[in-house]
Write a protein that binds this ligand. Structure first.
Ligand SMILES: N[C@@H](CCC(=O)N[C@@H](CS)C(=O)NCC(=O)O)C(=O)O
Length: 240
């Protein structure tokens, strides 16, 4: 039997990309919790496989040449798993180019911009008491996410999935469509809305989205633990 792929994970959109992919591809995996609010991403053994102190990261005991391999960065992990399983990455060079442009669009655009929208709209007001200081960032990233939703809307007007057939580009993008926290409404984007439902009804997507949900306990904003988590996540500078 194939040894399971270790997935170093916390249930967030970037983590769900990989649980969704592993479920879709039928690859056995074992979750290893990295509680990012408690600072577990700074443990030396995690930094050895993920030097950017971010999850997700994987260790495949059965990597190239039958030797273990570790991979960090969700886009690189999706490419690795798609190559390993021979699924969801297209078969011809033309098909792969389609997948890659939308995968990188998510990695460099939708993910980071949506992350900043969440930050300025949701987290920053709990840290910065002077809300006027947040207005520019809030407007800037809310508008940028709106623009990116518009890009998806046009792309999905005449096809079911971002690259044509369902692919790792959809697996990367779907977890990041969280309109409530991003100041958007999907009713303004009917093709995107239909795609979101189409992907969301896949059983593997539902299993991936639910994976490890028990890891995360919802804490009230004013608890000491939550304040500590905000310091850990939003006060980072270069490590000595
Ligand atoms: N570009 C990275 C981003 C990963 C990322 O931002 N992960 C967050 C959780 S969604 C994290 O691990 N944060 C820990 C920290 O900020 O220290 C990827 O796609 O893998």
């Amino acid at each position: 039997m194939t040894a399971p792929i270790e997935l170093h994970y916390w249930p967030t959109p970037n983590g769900w990309k990989i649980t969704i992919a592993l479920e879709e591809m039928g690859l056995p995996y074992a979750l290893k919790a990295v509680n990012i609010g408690a600072g577990e991403q700074f443990r030396p053994e995690f930094l050895a496989i993920s030097p950017n102190n971010r999850m997700p990261a994987i260790v495949d005991p059965d990597g190239p040449g039958g030797e273990p391999v570790s991979v960090f960065e969700s886009g690189a992990i999706l490419q690795y798993l798609a190559r390993k399983s021979g699924q969801f990455y297209g078969e011809t060079e033309r098909e792969r180019v389609e997948v890659e442009q939308w995968l990188f669009w998510q990695m460099g655009g939708l993910g980071p911009m949506a992350g900043q929208a969440h930050h300025f709209r949701g987290y920053a007001p709990k840290i910065e008491p002077d809300l006027t200081k947040l207005e520019y960032g809030k407007t800037r990233y809310t508008n940028e996410v709106n623009r990116l939703y518009g890009v998806m809307e046009r792309r999905l007007a005449d096809r079911d999935f971002l690259a044509g057939p369902y692919s790792i580009a959809d697996m990367a993008s779907w977890p990041w469509i969280l309109p409530e926290g991003q100041g958007q409404t999907l009713d303004d984007f009917p093709h995107l809305k239909a795609w979101h439902a189409r992907v969301g009804e896949r059983p593997a997507v539902q299993r991936g989205r639910a994976a490890g949900k028990e890891m995360r306990v919802q804490l009230a904003d004013d608890t000491e633990e939550m304040k500590k988590a905000r310091d850990i996540l939003f006060g980072q500078r270069a490590r000595p």
